[in-house]
Design a protein around this ligand. Structure first.
Ligand SMILES: Cc1cc2nc3c(=O)[nH]c(=O)nc-3n(C[C@H](O)[C@H](O)[C@H](O)COP(=O)(O)OP(=O)(O)OC[C@H]3O[C@@H](n4cnc5c(N)ncnc54)[C@H](O)[C@@H]3O)c2cc1C
Length: 383
């Protein structure tokens, strides 16, 4: 295949935005994808993802989410469908929670919009929810839910309209060292480029087993959609924001009944290791019961609600939860962009911008994104 300036491997949210950004800068770009943009195995293939600014003391991600939000809004301006529901994000925590306090400080520092709610205000504002005694809460009015699968496809399609070539194929692990002239796909195509960016999400560990096998940990995550009572609008996006619930140690979160698919509930704790190619994607009875029990406690009117849909997806965790965006140490023209660690979707546009800037030498690399900061043991620090 003819020479490109840059070949981006993987059309998840990271790769699609990287390709979109680079082609917008006039580069000749190939976007190579094995299963299709937003496919059901990809981490970006879920229906919805939360966009929020609160990240505890990790102001770096607060600021990055704010920049991404601006870029999402620019992108969404040209979209005929509603692919972002700006319904607000509620973060609830036990009174005195250090992370909530740190989020407030970081958001104040970064200039993010938010309100603080006490338990009485929380009750009045969201009467359909019931919290344990006296929680504290933050409400981010402009945050909300991104329609992930469709957005990923839209960004890849927009990159194609700007001139990127979308190539179908599974790229094999590059061999050798120094300068990589081309990559090969499983189907035998050869793709030449000056620079290669591997944005392969949870597949990065398998593609570069020696380098990343112990540094990217794909984990199985189960997601549940529970049906709402007929004729009851209290659980739709006009009445309910997305929420993150730190009052429960399993770190549940949820998204209202967007597009009438049911109220989404999941736990943010990391599940067991998972193979993104061959892993079976059927939720367990045990976790379904746990999600239903949680939902019934937090939303008494949804006690015993039927499961109407479910999904199994995978996080692609680094040791800390920081992204991994760095040059491959054995090649001068191969880059890795991944490690979204269960919170990467919202940042897609900012990741695209960051990669384009670093490749062009317009900004210095962020130490927290570098390979050198990644350990081989999991010690999550970013929430
Ligand atoms: C259950 C769940 C809930 C989440 N919730 C949120 C949330 O609320 N908010 C948020 O911001 N983030 C959230 N995330 C995280 C976010 O979805 C991910 O961090 C993000 O989607 C990762 O995108 P990616 O492009 O790095 O990887 P992926 O989306 O997995 O994309 C990688 C792509 O590379 C392709 N590929 C792999 N290997 C090859 C190869 N060799 N050749 C060609 N193509 C290849 C794959 O087919 C895939 O399409 C969540 C994740 C999960 C699983």
């Amino acid at each position: 295949m003819k020479g490109f300036d840059i070949a981006v491997i993987g059309a998840g949210v990271f790769g699609s935005w990287i390709a979109y950004r680079l082609v917008s800068e006039g580069k000749r770009v190939a976007l190579v994808e094995g299963y299709g943009a937003g496919n059901s195995r990809a981490s970006s293939g879920g229906e919805t993802r939360i966009l929020r600014f609160s990240y505890g003391a990790d102001e770096i991600y607060t600021r990055m989410a704010m920049r991404a939000f601006e870029l999402w809004r620019e992108f969404l301006h040209g979209c005929p469908e509603t692919l972002f529901h700006s319904i607000g994000a509620l973060v609830a925590a036990p009174a005195g929670d250090a992370m909530l306090h740190a989020s407030r400080e970081a958001m104040l520092g970064a200039g993010a919009q938010f309100e603080t709610l006490d338990s009485e205000q929380l009750r009045r504002r969201f009467p359909q929810m019931s919290f344990p005694a006296e929680p504290a809460a933050l409400f981010e009015p402009s945050s909300g839910a991104l329609l992930a699968r469709r957005l990923t496809k839209s960004v890849a399609a927009a990159a194609r309209r700007k001139g990127a070539e979308i190539l179908c194929g599974r790229v094999e692990t590059p061999s050798g060292a120094g300068h990589l002239p081309c990559v090969l796909t499983g189907g035998g195509s050869l793709i030449e480029a000056d620079t290669f960016v591997f944005a392969c999400g949870p597949w990065l560990a398998g593609l570069f087993p020696q380098l990343l096998g112990g540094r990217i940990f794909p984990t199985r995550q189960e997601i549940f959609f529970f049906g709402v009572p007929a004729g009851d609008a209290r659980f739709g996006p006009d009445a309910l924001p997305v929420w993150l619930d730190r009052t429960d140690p399993r770190l549940p979160y949820g998204i209202p009944d967007i597009e009438n698919r049911g109220v989404k509930v999941a736990f943010d704790l990391h599940g067991p290791p998972f193979d993104p190619d061959s892993g079976e994607r059927i939720v367990s009875a045990e976790n379904t019961a746990a999600a239903r029990e949680y939902l019934g406690r937090r939303f008494p009117a949804l006690k015993g609600a039927p499961l109407v849909e479910s999904r199994v997806c995978q996080y692609e965790n680094t040791s800390s939860g920081d992204f991994l965006i760095d040059r491959h140490p054995e090649f001068d023209n191969v880059w890795i962009a991944g490690g979204g660690s269960g919170h990467g979707f919202k940042h897609g546009p900012a990741v695209g911008e960051y990669v384009a800037d670093v490749l062009a030498g317009r900004r210095t690399a962020e130490p927290r994104f570098m390979l050198a900061s990644k350990r081989t043991t999991q010690a999550r620090a970013v929430y």
